[in-house]
Design a protein around this ligand. Structure first.
Ligand SMILES: NC(=O)c1ccc[n+]([C@@H]2O[C@H](COP(=O)([O-])OP(=O)(O)OC[C@H]3O[C@@H](n4cnc5c(N)ncnc54)[C@H](O)[C@@H]3O)[C@@H](O)[C@H]2O)c1
Length: 335
């Protein structure tokens, strides 16, 4: 997966076995998934219980496709992509003939349990049943089902047509073929599948987000910075750099001597900060070594200096792309 970030809606025509999907729930995430799958050439059969949302779902998808097209991010005409999406009130109709179901209903355990029981009864056993849930593990909503081996969590970032990663979280009972079909489907829809080795509360995306938010709330509470200053610091600083490299690669390239040296110098400082926040969880030499090796192997050059040069080249290209970008969310209100 090494397309540029702007290729989101230009995913290669699908290579996986699944050529049609059902999307259950036509809210924000459901519509976004429909766009992802339809842009990758798949037929998308949506189901929505609320007649008012059914009425506006295709219009919402169309206006998002217009925005993508205006940004040069659509490979095909809007009408072609839109013609692949249908919306129905009937679950039976929506799941007929599909190879994969992406559930996107409200975040409620009972509602998911009830829906997955219906999906398990309505679809053949080789159809993957995936939930977009942000917080509920598959072992909580699917463990009693006869077809639980095909149930899985596929947690997107919002919206998935811009943020091209999704977490795949199998339950202990999820089959390997369910995981591989899901990974192939995501990859061939232009998303990088991140496979979690086991279920964990908050998955990884929200655990990382949570770690940052925990500290951010403490810093604001203690009047170290204002909320707006904190947002600015992340947006213009950490976030901009993270759009190019992750936190481990940042540590590797920020310190001469790489991650191992970074661990020596900054490890004790971060450990003290952790203790201050009642989290005594220092980085161990073994984990630092494991991360250092993985990052070294992922970088394009052997020499630290050459990799730092590439990072700087990337930052310059990114700054150049952003030179004429006016962030509509950083204007000050005048009323
Ligand atoms: N919004 C996010 O940032 C985000 C990110 C990742 C994952 N998620 C997850 O995606 C799921 C959907 O979130 P959302 O933000 O799109 O919510 P939303 O409220 O915008 O949409 C939910 C839709 O599901 C419909 N619905 C409810 N019960 C239904 C049922 N039984 N059958 C069919 N449709 C039903 C509702 O009418 C509504 O249109 C949630 O599980 C959420 O945790 C959300």
């Amino acid at each position: 997966m090494d397309e540029s970030p702007l290729d989101t809606a230009e995913a290669a025509p699908h290579a996986s076995a699944v050529d049609s999907v059902a999307v259950v729930g036509a809210g924000s995430i459901g519509i976004a998934w429909a766009i992802v799958f339809a842009c990758a050439g798949r037929r998308v059969q949506m189901q929505e219980v609320d007649p008012a949302r059914r009425e506006i779902a295709l219009g919402e998808a169309k206006s998002k496709l217009h925005e993508l097209e205006a940004g040069g991010l659509l490979r095909e005409p809007i009408a072609t992509v839109l013609s692949r999406i249908s919306v129905s009130g009937s679950l039976e109709e929506a799941v007929a003939g599909v190879g994969y179901v992406q559930e996107c209903i409200i975040e409620n355990l009972e509602a998911k349990q009830e829906l997955f029981a219906r999906l398990d009864a309505l679809t053949p056993r080789d159809v993957v049943l995936a939930s977009s849930t942000s917080t509920i593990m598959a072992s909580r909503f699917a463990s009693d089902l006869a077809g639980r081996d095909r149930c899985i969590v596929v947690h997107p970032a919002n919206p998935p047509y811009f943020l091209r990663v999704a977490e795949i979280v199998p339950a202990p009972f999820t089959s390997e073929s369910t995981v591989s079909t899901t990974s192939e489907l995501l990859a061939s829809s232009g998303l990088a599948p991140i496979l979690l080795k086991q279920e964990i509360e908050g998955f990884v995306f929200n655990r990382l987000q949570g770690a940052l938010l925990r500290e951010a709330y403490c810093l604001v509470r203690d009047e170290i910075v204002t909320p707006v200053e904190l947002d600015t610091l992340v947006r213009e600083g950490l976030g901009l750099r993270w759009s190019l490299i992750g936190p481990f690669t940042t540590s590797e390239l920020n310190t001469r001597g790489g991650l191992r040296r970074h661990g020596e110098v900054l490890g004790p400082v971060y450990a003290r900060i952790g203790i201050e926040r009642a989290q005594e969880d220092p980085w161990t030499p073994e984990t630092i070594e494991q991360v250092a090796r993985a990052v070294e192997n992922s970088l394009p050059h052997r020499s630290w200096e050459d990799n730092v040069r590439e990072r700087d080249r990337g930052m310059i290209q990114l700054s150049s792309l952003l030179k004429h970008f006016e962030n509509p969310l950083t204007y000050h209100r005048t009323d």
